[in-house]
Design a protein around this ligand. Sequence first.
Ligand code: NAD
Ligand code: DAU
Length: 351
Amino acid sequence: MKTYLVTGGAGFIGSNFVHYMLNKYNDIKIINVDKLTYAGNLENLKGCEQNPNYVFVQADICDKEAIEDIFKNYDIDYVVNFAAESHVDRSIKMPEIFVQTNVLGTVNLLNIAKNNWETKDGFKAGKKYLQISTDEVYGSLGKEGFFTETTPLNPHSPYSASKASADMIVKAYFDTFKMPINITRCSNNYGPYQFPEKLIPLLINNCLNKNELPVYGDGMNIRDWLYVEDHCKAIDMVLNEGELGRVYNVGGHNERTNIFIVKTVIQYIHDNVDSTVDESLIKYVEDRKGHDRRYGIDPTRIKDELDWYPETKFEVGIVKTIKWYLQNKEWMENVTSGTYQDYYKKMYNNK
Ligand code: NAD
Ligand code: DAU
């Protein structure tokens, strides 16, 4: 029975991963460690609490004692590090917390895993640390080309710079100590349980409340969209079969301009929910500082080596996603009001 230490498992991708794994396997144990920042929400894990193979621990990945205790209490085989400050706009306002969690938190996890897994004859068999990274570490593309695993790192925002720093530290633990690691770099995820500061759930929420839809700059920036369950499948494959020390890009050639996404959400809500919702809600606003123009992943390595492919076409995934938010309005209300907002204000001094 493999034991997974999943960090940030109460956030968007982490919670989808916990559900995916507990549904797929009944012979694994998951220890979910999450600090429960504004982005972490135990409601995302409804149904898991009853599973005897699931344990939740509220802790900060920077907390040495708390993480050491987990390694003392469980024989951890895999660390899957999702925990991060993940929102680019926030990193522009408050970079320090991004360095704290994304860089120092990663080093803390690596050190403790290494101390527990290393013997005088090398690392124990079957152990692996997986860093969940992002395509944003590569910077921005022009009209042509894609990010491959050998594209030089050229991050622009404090968020992506913190993720690139973490990647370099993880790589250093492989190069220096031969620690068993992998790094995955994924494009923009969408799906259930995404905090509505991110583009797609923000658009859905604002359409339903007839609020303006803020479009940064000219709306022609491009993101490469991946349905979150396809990402979870890739992570599972990399954990099981990824060659040690290797980086795997994860993405499915689903590039869309932001304005296309905005119009797609409006159209669905107009046709299926409220015919008074239309493009008059669109508001072009000041561009994000240092806004990356285009992301596009070349997933050849993960396809060729691990036979991974994304199953969900964007047109199918976006409808599934909008329907999920329509069916879970209470979730949306809870995360956009009350305790989560209070926590955010307190933590970030009302910035
Ligand atoms: P999220 O913001 O929804 O969730 C982050 C989770 O980490 C939250 O539950 C939060 O409470 C927890 N957390 C934050 N700081 C912590 C700390 N110090 N200790 C313990 N827990 C802490 O983020 P997400 O969108 O689910 O992203 C997960 C990971 O995937 C991140 O590492 C992110 O960089 C990466 N990623 C995200 C995307 C995307 O499109 N969302 C794409 C590529 C990579
Ligand atoms: O590429 C992977 C990254 O995708 C992850 O590493 C990040 O954690 C994740 O947040 C996401 O970053 P983006 O900055 O691409 O996502 P976001 O949803 O913030 O924005 C998507 C695009 O939409 C981006 O070009 C900015 C634009 N945007 C965003 C918001 C919130 C708007 O035009 N208006 C908005 O209100």
